[in-house]
Design a binder for this molecule. Sequence first.
Ligand SMILES: Cc1cc2nc3c(=O)[nH]c(=O)nc-3n(C[C@H](O)[C@H](O)[C@H](O)COP(=O)(O)OP(=O)(O)OC[C@H]3O[C@@H](n4cnc5c(N)ncnc54)[C@H](O)[C@@H]3O)c2cc1C
Length: 459
Amino acid sequence: MDFNDVTAADVRRLGQICPERVSTGESVLDQHAQDESGHPPVRPEVVVWPTAAAEVCEVVGLAAERRIPVTAWGAGSSLEGNPIPVRNGIVVDFSQMDRLVELRPESFQADVEPGLSYKDLNARLRHEGLFFPPDPGAAATLGGMIANNASGVRTVRYRATKDNVLGLQVVLADGSLIHTGTCAHKSSSGYDLTRLLVGSEGTLGLVVGATLKLSALPAEASAAVVSFGTIQQVAAAVFQIMRGGLAPAAMELLDQATMGVVVPDAGLDLAVRPTAFLEFHSGSAAAVDESVAVAREICEAEGAVAFCSGLGAEARNRIWEARYAAYEALRREHPGWRPLILDTAVPLGAYTELVAFAAERMARTDLPGYLFGHAGDGNLHIVCFTPPGDDRAWQQIQDANADLVRRAIDLHGTATGEHGVGLGKRRFMDHEHGSSLAWMRRIKQAFDPLGILNPDKIL
Ligand SMILES: Cc1cc2nc3c(=O)[nH]c(=O)nc-3n(C[C@H](O)[C@H](O)[C@H](O)COP(=O)(O)OP(=O)(O)OC[C@H]3O[C@@H](n4cnc5c(N)ncnc54)[C@H](O)[C@@H]3O)c2cc1C
């Protein structure tokens, strides 16, 4: 697709739409050139900060008229290059559309603007005894989470973002505004445009509002940290816990190398061994205690060498903070090195096989690699690092990444469990989707015939 450059006249028109909320400043363009992945930065030509849906309609309308690319920006915490404006153009930064518009606690619902961060939302919901469960850990916005269909440590129980969004307000590629979904918690009414738009990475429309489904904060919670001899034993225990019908609220796997960085970084008093972090939620203390007791039996049968439970709220928070901070801790361990974070998911029955394959494949590289993931969802991450400017090492990691992603797809899994396709996973779309990829292209064509919305992503 050919696009036009942003002219001085375009910048003036954007300034009329968003007065004093437009910038072509060097540092602003740099701040919107790169996400948290290792993909090379590409600057936009101009950044705008709308404060209302009507402004977004006008900005996109101008982009359509002038055939200029438009890329939405949440917090830039993506890990696959998803918001990098690879064809330059306009970046629409949603940070000034961050209102909690309406809270309906009696219906477990909230209407939000896209620039609100899920952490700020949850801080406000706590007083109502409610929360929005998807939790990617980073300082992500709800718009970015919706666009990437983000999930997190509690997805094993509360599901992903797409399962917690009831409806959307979306600005389409011609600058018009549509509403999708309803406030009903179930519906059989027509095509499910909400779920089509969730996970579309800003390539089909810009989300300017969302109705979220909330959950009650659990009355009782209990966590356990379980050490094993091998990573395969952790994976096997995860499978058996799910098979036993225990419904954990979180179930994370961390290999020994990851624990070797996370434990000292967070100052935790834990063994540096292959580990499972478990959490259980319930309405009664007796119920969580019973779940923990059954999980202990299962873990011991699978070879656990230590099972530490009965952790209070403070200890639990420290463990989850350490888990959330794992990626940052690993990056600090390799300052200046280029990161690649692999993200695949497979059916639970194939998880042990994927973990074994990943451990064996990473051992064949001579580069640092760390395995961890939301194991209860069959989701596995591997973070790898290569020295700056070492193209041979980067190729080695790319090859290992490709082998692992293809293996996950062959095990009836996916190229990306939660980080989205962005730039990094495009090359696997054909392998994963086969003939349905052509239908995705038709959907993109129908929504965005000029191809101006976040071009060169996903497809
Ligand atoms: C340390 C760390 C840990 C992470 N852990 C997890 C994890 O556990 N699970 C997980 O899922 N992710 C994780 N992530 C990735 C990231 O946080 C998520 O993908 C998150 O959803 C991105 O949100 P954001 O606000 O930063 O969006 P951005 O990165 O700014 O944008 C993401 C995508 O959404 C589009 N977009 C943004 N706003 C809108 C909008 N209003 N309308 C339409 N499109 C829009 C962008 O164009 C882009 O394609 C992690 C990231 C880091 C740095």
